[in-house]
Design a protein around this ligand. Sequence first.
Ligand SMILES: NC(=O)c1ccc[n+]([C@@H]2O[C@H](COP(=O)([O-])OP(=O)(O)OC[C@H]3O[C@@H](n4cnc5c(N)ncnc54)[C@H](OP(=O)(O)O)[C@@H]3O)[C@@H](O)[C@H]2O)c1
Length: 285
Amino acid sequence: MGENRETALVTGASSGMGRETAIRLAEKGFQVIGAARRIDRLNELAEEIQGFVPRQVDLSKPEETEEFCRYLSSLSEPISVLVNNAGYSIRGALEDVSMEAARRIFEVNVFSLIRVTQACIPGMRRLRKGIIVNLSSIVGKFTFPMSGIYAATKYAVEAISDALRLELSPFGIRVVAIRPGPIATEFNEVANQLTGDLMARTDPDYKPIYETAGANTGKMFAGLSVPGPDLIADLIIEAVLSDAPKAVYTAGPFTDDLLAERLKLDDDAFHRFMLEKFGLADLRV
Ligand SMILES: NC(=O)c1ccc[n+]([C@@H]2O[C@H](COP(=O)([O-])OP(=O)(O)OC[C@H]3O[C@@H](n4cnc5c(N)ncnc54)[C@H](OP(=O)(O)O)[C@@H]3O)[C@@H](O)[C@H]2O)c1
């Protein structure tokens, strides 16, 4: 690693918000370790930008995560900026998500985030500075129907961020959660691929529920202008460069309506709001 340059780690740097964040951090003079499975993408990035170190890791495999963490612990210059960004979504009513799929998404979105963070904190403690940026989501605070497992991983990220922010404050280490609404990346395509054909495999009981919720979700997205990953990467850089970053940064669609309602209404009122929103209030099967 270079001299007098702070080191940043971005997980999920091969695509979307992670990629854009890695590019911006390198432009700001950080040495950036970029991790993901698609090493070809990371190698291309290393050719394009100075100070980018590609590392291949599959964060769904605990033994690979461990090996990656051993590498992180062996660095002579500690990581002072950690962006826990790697993640994905799957959809489906709870009954339609296999335990294998549920375990795997928790492994990537939550357990690997915990493990990588554990590997980076000792270096930050030595420095008595640093910032941890965790990619949550608007669904870190409420859930869409047929999306509970993914939302559960982001609720977990919120809790971890809240606890860490308290625990690490005395060391001068800052912890930020990023709560994007829908952002145009490969995220949706990956979710579609991993979810597969829900209508083909669900019990007929669920079909009207999927259809109704799906049609209403379609209405919510109709004509919506979905921003690109730059919006979120810029926010992450703002947080990283700030002496006093906010606890949470929120941006993108549905932050002014759905998320704002969640933060305003009590649990029962929000439940009724969501039933209406997704056309489920009067549906009986
Ligand atoms: N896009 C949205 O609408 C949205 C909204 C709110 C929050 N988020 C969150 O934002 C983060 C970034 O998502 P994105 O929208 O930028 O999606 P994306 O374009 O699909 O990028 C996801 C990144 O995660 C990496 N990743 C996935 N599984 C991995 C694994 N097993 N091991 C290592 N890396 C893995 C991918 O790399 P490889 O495939 O090369 O491994 C990729 O670099 C995620 O945590 C997501 O939950 C997204």
